[in-house]
Ligand binder design. Structure first.
Ligand code: ARG
Length: 451
């Protein structure tokens, strides 16, 4: 009887939702053609991220949330309707919104003991929207979030998509798959201490397949697997593999069946190679990669997403935050090597996508990694491409983000000065638009009604 009652209730709710949806589409609001705003963004300089050409005196015509046309200012302005609002960025450099492919947007660095024992996932959920806003304000209009507890990432993504809270477009992985005792487990505690809640812990092919189905069912856009040990966890060695080749193969196959890509956290050389052979889309961290790993990644077209900024922050702050010495020692072991190996991978021509592990350091600082990438082997343009076209390709969103091109979302940022000369200018993004909506503007003094 209870079951039937519940079904009736669900049916009633669905019915009500159906009516609401009809009312929405009938009102002509939001998606309706007539009420859509047209914007003309005038750009003193515009970086064509594919070619690296710094074009002058350009304009972007925006219809609703999409880019309609990009080109020389006069030509594009000639195609704009008379009532188009003009955004004057003639004294700035305009770029596509940036993409961070490795964030943990639901958590911020904090006291080790407090975060582990005094805070719950509810605390995390309550605060996550603040970090989303900081990320967006920093010019990162899209992120791939690769690990959060309790489906908080799914809830945040949905709230942002519905316009309930401001934040970047998000692809989310939910809980990273982890071996028992692995990087995603809570290690070093008494066996009598338990942390309740959903986890990504799964061992063996059958459990892994079931876990992937569960995560996809409740909203995962991609699958994150912890293929090796980690730094900010209490297991002993940082590079040790934590899944077998057979397990990794099954993960990639199962994820693909559900149309999902796999991102593999892997610091150690062996884990990197196993994950690449299994066919993951990206290696996260990649700290101890060897020549064979580099060769395999090139051969397979696997992206390297190396978080080479955050060592600065961990070394400077994590002792004060009460992290165990074991963890600090692991960071000191991999930090420098990761940067040197990143440089080798860049020089070998491995595909690079921008990912910072934001959450390990404060959200909104996402752009600090650009300067490190340039110091460790990329050109400024390559670093920007990593955070735009390459990132979009890795996400499977090349059709919608990562470049200022007709048909793509109007995700537009601007800085003063030339980021190809000084990439640190991207740490001070003065103008941010997401989907045709201005979310931050300290550059123009506001949109003008007429031209
Ligand atoms: N989440 C990563 C881990 O715990 C952070 C690694 C940070 N260190 C670094 N050198 N990238 O393994």
């Amino acid at each position: 009887m209870i079951g039937r009652g519940a079904i009736a209730l669900v049916a009633a709710l669905l019915g009500a939702q159906g009516l609401a949806a009809q009312a929405d589409s009938g009102s002509g609001g939001g998606g309706g053609g007539a009420s859509r705003t047209t914007l003309l963004v005038r750009a003193g300089r515009l970086l064509a991220v594919r070619t690296g050409a710094m074009l002058t005196n350009q304009a972007i015509l925006i219809d609703g949330d999409r880019i309609k046309e990009v080109g020389p200012a006069d030509a594009v302005a000639g195609h704009a309707p008379k009532d188009a609002r003009v955004i004057d960025l003639r004294s700035a450099t305009v770029l596509p919104g940036l993409i961070d492919c490795h964030t943990h947007i639901t958590s911020d660095p904090g006291d080790y003991y407090k975060q582990l024992f005094r805070m719950s996932p509810i605390d995390e959920a309550v605060r996550a929207h603040i970090y989303a806003k900081r990320t967006l304000d920093a010019g990162f209009t899209t992120v791939r979030n690769v690990g959060a507890g309790e489906f908080i990432d799914v809830a945040l993504r949905n709230a942002i998509n519905e316009g309930a809270v401001p934040g970047p477009r998000m692809l989310v992985s939910t809980m990273p798959l982890s071996a028992t005792g692995g990087h995603g487990d809570v290690n070093g505690m008494s066996p009598y201490l338990r942390f309740d809640g959903f986890t990504g812990i799964a061992n063996g092919v059958d459990q892994l397949r079931a876990k992937i189905r569960f995560e996809v069912k409740y909203g995962a856009d991609l699958i994150k697997v912890l293929a090796s040990a980690g730094v900010l966890s209490e297991e002993e060695s940082v590079g040790a593999p934590q899944y077998s080749q057979e397990e990794l193969n099954a993960i990639v196959e199962e994820a693909a069946m559900w149309g999902r890509k796999v991102a593999a956290h892997a610091h150690g050389a062996e884990a990197i190679k196993r994950a690449v052979k299994a066919g993951v889309a990206s290696i996260e961290h990649g700290s101890l990669i060897d020549d064979e790993g580099i060769r395999l990644m090139k051969e397979r077209g696997t992206y390297l997403v190396a978080d080479i900024y955050n060592d600065d922050y961990i070394v400077a702050e994590y002792t004060r935050l009460g992290f165990p010495q074991k963890i600090i020692d692991k960071e000191r072991l991999v930090g420098r090597q990761q940067r040197e190996n990143f440089k080798r991978a860049v020089q070998a021509g491995v595909k690079i996508a921008y990912g910072t592990d934001a959450g390990v350091y404060p959200h909104g600082w996402n752009a600090k990694q650009f300067a490190h990438m340039v110091r460790w082997g990329t050109t400024p343009l390559q670093a920007i491409q990593a955070a735009t076209v390459n990132a979009a390709d890795l996400l499977g969103w090349a059709d919608r983000v990562g470049a200022l091109e007709p048909g793509k979302f109007a995700d537009v940022i601007a800085v003063t000065g030339d980021p190809l000369q000084d990439v640190t200018l991207l740490e001070h993004v003065g103008f941010v638009m997401k989907g045709g909506q201005v979310v931050k503007d300290s550059l123009t003094g506001g949109a003008k009604a007429a031209r």
